[in-house]
Design a protein around this ligand. Structure first.
Ligand SMILES: N[C@@H](CCC(=O)N[C@@H](CS)C(=O)NCC(=O)O)C(=O)O
Length: 236
């Protein structure tokens, strides 16, 4: 037994360059769902490491996955890579049409939904903010409609690609809502999406890589002014 273990080829080390970020959570949860041991290398976005700049020279953002001598940037690209490179429960559906749909809606989350949520959260109260909040709730309704009837997650009964892509809605949106004093996702308007968010946040593996809410609030509160100016630029 010992001899067989000794003959096994050494597995390349898996490291994740990260920070307190919903994008990093996506990569971490994918690795954990696949059962891949990894080392989290905490970076500092105010003083980015040479390692990060060397491995993501294009965007200079976290997360970046290091797998041996390969590096993979961009959270959803990492999730797909982890799904294909490692054994373990599949994250993307097997059916090509369902895979395409999961990718389409994941892109919707990043390209449309978060922009709508962000401007609605960080625009000063008034008529314009009310219209932005309505539009953000409509985007949440579109996402909610992708939850399969009678299933716990977008991916069925287990967490999959779209659940991971949308995880910021479950874990980070409540923190931003509290900071901004704005409610966009509520049981009255989105009962199924709220149920999904609770199920996702309560999952044992998800909890292993979810920062504590008090820590998130302490980390994010000083950035409020910056959030408001990014929202202004986005709405312009
Ligand atoms: N599209 C990227 C977005 C990643 C991203 O925005 N990361 C933020 C952390 S929340 C970052 O690295 N920010 C540093 C910067 O913008 O300079 C992904 O999905 O990985």
């Amino acid at each position: 037994m010992e001899e067989a273990a000794a003959k096994m080829p050494e597995q390349p080390a898996v490291k994740l360059i990260g920070w307190l970020s919903p994008y990093v959570h996506r990569a971490e949860v994918a690795l954990r769902l696949k059962g891949v041991p990894y080392e989290l290398l905490q970076d500092d976005m105010a003083n980015k490491s040479d390692l990060l700049l060397a491995h993501n020279p294009v965007h200079k953002k976290v997360p970046v996955l290091l797998h041996g001598d390969r590096s993979i940037p961009e959270s959803l690209v990492i999730v797909e890579y982890v799904d294909e490179a490692f054994h373990g429960p599949p994250l993307l559906p097997a059916d090509p049409l369902a895979r395409a749909a999961a990718r389409f809606w994941a892109r919707f989350v990043d390209d449309k939904l978060w922009k709508a949520l962000w401007v609605a959260l960080w625009t000063e109260p008034g008529e314009a903010q009310v219209a932005l909040a309505t539009s953000a709730r409509e985007s949440l309704t579109l996402l909610e409609a992708q939850l399969p009837e009678g299933k716990r997650f977008f991916g069925g009964d287990a967490i999959g690609f779209l659940d991971i892509a949308a995880s910021g809605v479950a874990l980070w949106l409540p923190v931003f809502e509290e900071m901004a004093g704005v409610t966009l996702l509520a049981d009255e308007t989105h009962p199924a999406l709220c149920r999904w968010a609770r199920e996702y946040a309560a999952d044992e593996i998800v909890r292993q890589c979810t920062p504590d809410m008090t820590m998130m609030l302490a980390f994010l509160t000083p950035k409020r002014g910056m959030f408001m100016s990014t929202a202004k630029a986005m709405a312009a």
